[in-house]
Design a protein. Structure first.
Length: 125
């Protein structure tokens, strides 16, 4: 359970950094508390998308992983970020990613920041 909370907080922090650095990834809010709460909810949606959908996409695109020596991972991560944006819109959360190349850059930032935060934050291991 602690590992789930740590990963969710790391994803929330990474998504927050991406919204701060990239103008086309937006999380409008009226107060810092609403933005934080929305960010945590979006991080939960992002975690569920990565848990459910990403393994299926990775298995189906396995030949592309071999062909591109793993560089397709960035595209898969961008698609997961765009799916999270779409689901957030359906759940009335104010998180939007505008465009594929924005999603690619956002996925790169989210991956790096999430990895860094996961190494710093304590977990069960």
């Amino acid at each position: 359970m602690k590992n789930f909370i740590v990963k969710t907080l790391a994803n929330a922090g990474a998504l927050g950094v991406a919204t701060w650095l990239i103008a086309d990834i937006t999380l409008p809010g009226h107060s810092i508390w609403r933005e934080t709460f929305s960010l945590i909810l979006v991080a939960l949606v992002f975690g569920v998308v990565n848990w459910l959908v990403k393994p299926v996409v990775k298995v189906l695109s396995f030949p592309l992983f071999i062909l591109t020596l793993g560089l397709i991972t960035l595209v898969v991560n961008a698609l997961m970020l765009m799916l999270t944006s779409w689901l957030a819109g359906k759940l009335s959360l104010d998180f939007h990613v505008h465009g594929f190349w924005t999603a690619v850059l956002g996925a790169l930032i989210v991956s790096i920041v999430s990895w860094g935060l996961s190494t710093v934050l304590p977990d069960d291991e």
